[in-house]
Design a protein around this ligand. Structure first.
Ligand code: PLP
Ligand code: COI
Length: 339
């Protein structure tokens, strides 16, 4: 059922799906992408033998539209989501959706559902979920030759605890193989993480941290966000790994951290060295920056800064990032598009 804007509680949106008036759809067939269009249809019709249902050709993105103080709307580096979707497509043997068409589809979906972009300072944003699936009917294992690119949007609040620290645990499972699909944003990575996060929730944790799949020695990432730690010396450290998603929030925070004098580096981080960090966080579009209060491994709890309070370095990074996203302070050239 289509959502009515008057039924939304902007300050308590949670992170869930609302069926908005418009979605966007484009199809690839006969060797080319057709022009996409807005649609009021929020369901898909597929053959029972569709590629995506059996061999998992699905890739997706997540980005947000931010309501500015002046009422206009900001997008944050949407072309980087377009590029990452194209890279995911290549890894999964799918047909990349053109970068300009992607950004255009995001603008269209935001404009069409504009009244659902939460108000400034409500804590909410409009989350935009572009995805692509292989639709060809196949029985033998082979890539599809027809694809659907689809975008929906839904108003959301905080994904984890907002700016309150949350407890995490180390997963006993891998989410992606060493030379697998960890760098692609594809449903299979999330499917293989589900029981690990269910287990973590059962044990009272917000989510789990995955270690590198080859040696289980280095920090990889959380189920839906990259990891960062702040050392005693005040350095911003984030994992370098083949099997993690190249986060756009991470890429941006590396620059913000540089400006803030945090001497940021991307490097392999041994889990055994976790106590070098006096603050830690999860970073991503949905997570923004979610402070990590503790990480428990085999019953041993490592606490960062304070289990209840956000550390000052994390808070400063959060404030600068969020201010940039909402247009409350100048951003590096090209980071924000106002529509
Ligand atoms: N890692 C995973 C597994 C994710 O699902 C996400 C979310 O998109 C991220 C990291 C963060 O990426 P980004 O900052 O581009 O949203
Ligand atoms: C995002 O941050 O956009 C994601 O896709 C993460 C997901 C776990 C909600």
């Amino acid at each position: 059922m289509k959502e009515k804007v008057e039924n939304l509680d902007w300050n308590n949106l949670g992170f869930k799906y609302h069926d908005l008036p418009y979605s966007f759809v484009a199809k690839y067939k006969d060797g080319q992408w057709q022009a996409g269009e807005l649609t009021e249809k929020s369901t898909l019709e597929l053959s029972e033998a569709a590629e995506v249902l059996h061999y998992g050709q699905e890739i997706f993105e997540g980005l947000k539209a931010y309501r500015r103080k002046d009422g206009k709307i900001n997008l944050f580096r949407p072309e980087l989501n377009a590029e990452r979707l194209a890279n995911s497509a290549k890894r999964l043997g799918m047909e990349p959706y053109p970068i300009d068409a992607f950004v255009d589809s995001v603008k269209k979906i935001v404009k069409a559902n504009e009244e659902f972009v939460p108000p400034y300072e409500s804590g909410g944003t409009l989350y935009i979920r572009p995805f692509m699936i292989g639709t060809t009917t196949v029985v033998g294992v082979q890539p599809a030759t027809e694809f659907t690119f689809h975008v929906y949007a839904t108003p959301v609040g905080a994904y984890v605890n907002g700016l309150s620290p949350a407890p995490y645990t180390v997963s006993q499972y891998d989410r992606a193989a060493y030379a697998g699909t960890g760098r692609a944003k594809t449903s299979g990575n999330y499917a293989s993480s589900l029981i690990a996060s269910v287990q973590a929730h059962k044990e009272g944790f917000a989510d789990c941290l995955f270690l590198d799949p080859r040696e289980h020695k280095y920090i990889d990432e959380f189920g839906g966000a990259n990891f960062f730690g702040i050392t005693k010396e005040g350095q911003f450290v984030t994992p370098k790994s083949n099997s993690i998603l190249p986060s756009i929030t991470k890429r941006s925070l590396l620059e913000v951290a540089q400006r803030q004098g945090l001497n940021p580096i991307e490097t392999q981080i041994k889990f055994a060295d976790i106590d070098q960090f006096v603050e830690a966080g999860a970073m991503g579009t949905a997570a923004v920056i979610s402070p990590v209060g503790s990480i428990t491994d085999n019953g041993k709890k490592h606490v960062f800064y304070d289990e209840e309070k956000t550390g000052p370095v994390t808070a400063k990074l959060y404030n600068e990032l969020v201010d940039i996203q909402y247009g409350d302070r100048p951003s590096p050239k090209g980071w924000v598009q106002t529509i």
